[in-house]
Design a protein around this ligand. Sequence first.
Ligand SMILES: [Zn+2]
Length: 222
Amino acid sequence: MWSGTHPAQWSAPNPEGFARAFGLHPLWVHPDTLADDLAQLFTRLSDTSSAVGEVGLDRRAEASLELQLQALAPQLQFATTQTRALILHVVRAHEPLLSMLKELGVTRFMVHGFNGSPELARRYVDCGGLLGIGGLLTRHTPRLHEVIRQLPLSAFVLESDAPDLPPRGAAVSDPTDLPNTGLIVAQLKGCTVLEVARQTRENALTLFGLPIVQSSSRPRAQ
Ligand SMILES: [Zn+2]
């Protein structure tokens, strides 16, 4: 999944081999351009069957939380009425985000770069969501390790967030980091990396409405 998070990226050519998502990221919300940006976004989304994201709430953003909520609500409504998946970005704003998800009946989403408690993880999963797990797992993140231990594999998708959230020791992240992330998940769950790969892949394909092809199945002997 390749996510375009601001106007310049929405018109960029589609990188080969990636499904797309488009959204107005909270760090790009600006009061003077919000109406025009949303109009442009919805035109772009309507031309495609893309997912919506990254969208969400971020307390580090320049825009006030109130303005971010104003930007987020129509994007959540679009995704819900058009049955699109959402990639949610949330930093220190879980309560207002969860309230809005419930209020608008949003159930088809992943919370990317999840790094909260097992209790918070369950609240998102109870709303129908998935948790995006990536490079943070390679760092000293005991709480996140506990999330992996306590929740079932059906709750997770693996992500790189490339080039952000790099694994320990790396300057940037990359989609080729995923097998290593899967290995850590397998160690924490006491299962094989193949089981992790199969289940998280299926979770992601189901979330984004992409065809599930059994690439690992071998042709039967005649
Ligand atoms: Zn993000």
